[in-house]
Design a protein around this ligand. Structure first.
Ligand code: ARG
Length: 460
């Protein structure tokens, strides 16, 4: 039992099945670099406190230099029988600097180490996530700028509602992603806290300068309660929540684009690079990339749920249950990064069938609201205008006609309340989807100029 960090009080070996059940090195090995960074900070603290002499501290530094280079080149391979990353790094250090290594665990516990490692690992992932979000925002903004003038039907209740710019639709998702980016920054602000010095649960009895250790690790603050410090996983849950919400945003986007690239809608044309075929049906081009992005959101919600349930009934302080936090956290980060990368590729390679879009957007019913606005301009109160247009549209639908062609007599027949109003027949006939867009020239509106301006701002 010499290979364990805790074998002294045990007379019999662990059951082999239990050892396999209990080991986490298969997945926490990706914390190896974080473990070294945290251990270096602890070693310096021990040296300053006089627990390690200068020579021992140097030996540890030199050994860690070597291990760090090795782990940077490749994440350590799984090692059957190694309990966790803390044990592994200790064993490797012990082989290089035995006497000094055996002092390194003075005044610290794996309970604080693992809490620290997870924080350091997640901080390291921040650029990957931020760049991923930014890359997708850029791709959407570029798409929006290219296609600001393409008009599609906008929907509410998945029923045709009013014409909107295809670029405006794409930018709606860019806005969600920008909020996700803000939430990521918020989560990261709370993550930058060092638990070092918490010991197993009660704090360390050695004279360790906690602030100096945090500073050395680039962390902004230190934890204020050792019981909380070793059992808190809020920082991970918060980050995984942000990634779940991001996943939900991507899923909604994927759903829209799956619909819009189907024959029934048809104004998006997916690039071959992100579509797949059917082994049976030769004609098929399937939006698998989008479907997987939509599907991965389930996995993200699962990761978040797993963490919340894991924490829910835990008594203070550390409990081994917490080992189960790592896989969902790692998976959430990897999944988010992969979805962002693929989504940006899909956006960059998707083409537009402007003629299909124009055909769908030319449905005159989409202009019913604008028609009511023309009546309002002639002094009709909106409520009356709404009712009159409802009657006009209903008749047009019945007869399969375009209401813009109705004569004054036909209008009067279906909407007697308009009698005597000086209606602007020219404005009525001039209504088009493009006019409808241009009328919404307000910040956040779908006018082409507004869409282009917002897209340009996001492209900077
Ligand atoms: N491998 C554990 C984890 O991931 C950390 C070790 C603490 N183990 C313990 N028995 N106190 O949470």
């Amino acid at each position: 039992m010499a290979d364990k960090l805790w074998g002294g009080r045990f007379r019999e070996p662990s059951a082999a099945a239990f050892e396999r059940f209990s080991e986490s090195f298969g997945y926490d090995r990706r914390l190896a670099l974080a473990e070294i960074r945290g251990s270096r900070a602890h070693a310096q603290g021990l040296a300053a406190a006089g627990v390690l002499d200068a020579d021992e501290a140097r030996q540890i530094e030199t050994a860690f230099d070597r291990l760090e280079a090795e782990f940077q080149a490749a994440v350590p391979e799984p090692q059957p029988g190694v309990e966790d990353v803390h044990t592994y790094v200790f064993q490797r250090l012990e082989a290089l600097a035995p006497a000094a290594a055996r002092k390194l665990q003075t005044g610290r516990s794996r309970n604080e180490q693992v809490a620290l490692d997870l924080r350091l690992y997640l901080i390291e992932q921040q650029p990957r996530l931020e760049l991923g979000v930014r890359g997708l925002v850029q791709a959407l903004a570029a798409f929006a700028h290219r296609h600001a003038e393409v008009i599609i039907p906008g929907y509410t209740h998945l029923q045709r509602a009013q014409p909107v710019s295809l670029g405006h639709h794409a930018l709606a998702y860019a806005e969600m992603l920008l909020r996700d980016a803000g939430r990521l920054r918020d989560a990261y602000a709370r993550l930058s806290v060092s638990p070092l010095g918490s010991g197993a649960l009660a704090g360390t009895p050695y004279n360790l300068d906690r602030k100096a250790a945090a500073h050395q690790l680039g962390l902004k603050d230190i934890t204020q309660n050792s019981l909380d410090a070793v059992s808190d996983r809020d920082f991970a849950i918060e980050l995984v929540f942000v990634l779940s919400l991001l996943g939900v945003h991507l899923s909604r986007w994927a759903e829209d684009w799956i619909l819009y690239s189907s024959s029934e809608f048809g104004w998006l044309v997916l690039g071959d690079a992100y579509a797949t075929g059917s082994s049976l049906m030769p004609q098929k081009k399937n939006p698998d990339a989008l479907e997987l992005i939509r599907g991965k959101s389930a996995r993200q919600i699962g990761n978040l749920t797993q963490l919340l349930v894991l924490l829910k009934g835990l008594p203070l302080a550390y409990n081994r249950d917490l080992q189960e936090d790592k896989e969902p956290v790692f998976d959430a980060v990897d999944t988010a990064a992969a979805c962002l990368e693929i989504a940006a590729g899909v956006v960059a390679t998707t083409g537009v069938d402007a003629a299909r879009a124009a055909r769908a957007a030319s449905d005159p019913a989409l202009l019913a609201t604008d028609l009511a606005d023309v009546l309002v301009a002639a002094g009709v109160p909106f409520h009356e205008a709404h009712q009159a247009v409802g009657a006009i549209v209903s008749r047009a639908l019945e007869e399969g006609r375009d209401f813009r062609e109705f004569t004054a007599a036909e209008v009067a027949a279906c909407a007697p309340q308009l009698a005597g109003k000086a209606l602007d027949a020219a404005a009525w006939r001039a209504l088009t989807p493009a006019v409808s867009l241009a009328r919404r020239d307000v910040v956040g509106g779908t006018a082409v100029a507004q869409v282009q301006e917002r897209a340009r701002k996001l492209l900077l």
